[in-house]
Ligand binder design. Sequence first.
Ligand SMILES: O=C(O)[C@@H](CO)OP(=O)(O)O
Length: 249
Amino acid sequence: MYKLVLIRHGESQWNLENRFTGWHDVNLTETGVAQAKNAGRMLKEAGFEFDTAYTSVLLRAIKTLNIALEEMGQHYLPVKRSWRLNERHYGALTGLDKAETAAKHGEEQVKIWRRSFDIPPPFVEMDDEYFPGHDRRYSHIDPAILPRGESLALTIERVLPYWHDELRPAIQRGENIIIAAHGNSLRALVKYLDGMSEEEVLGLNIPTGVPLVYELDENLKPVSKEYLGDPEKIKAMMEAVAKQGSAKK
Ligand SMILES: O=C(O)[C@@H](CO)OP(=O)(O)O
């Protein structure tokens, strides 16, 4: 039996401002820092000892991981960072207020952009400030495969190679791993691990800064799955994520 821990970054500045974030590199808020510390504390209390940690190349996930590892006294662990664990790229929606966008285009349209399986947001042009090709952290990647906007389906297409090439082999070598990533890159992984349908994944909302612990059998099929923390609070946090696309009343 293997264990795998997934954690979405703590609250970010643009989560707080309710703006579509995607690959834009925002920092954690004070609440986000507290959530990361709390996650580390819960993992420590539950006795987790990791061998390798994985994260994206975005500050909010990197910082959440660092804070949680420090809290656990496991700040010395090797950390591997990959753009493949980045948030889903929100294309031309990046930076827009979710509630204002719902007021302008309708809540249904925003729900389609946020949670439909394979309808991407409008793409950015390659000269747009939000096209990742201008950022040196992506300079080793062929610009032709860098996203200009991604649906969940496109996100899954670039997350899963990392699962198959890096994460799965590490788990099967017997390493205890923690993955600090993002709402939609984790929805991609959870959909794959749980074998969820396109309809089921519509209703999946992952709360910020709460460790999600999987037990996997020898074929890496989930045997159990549990968020650490108060179930009522976690449920409220998931509902709050779902509601971010409501128009301002
Ligand atoms: O803005 C984003 O990048 C994501 C995560 O914060 O939002 P959503 O839940 O709307 O997909």
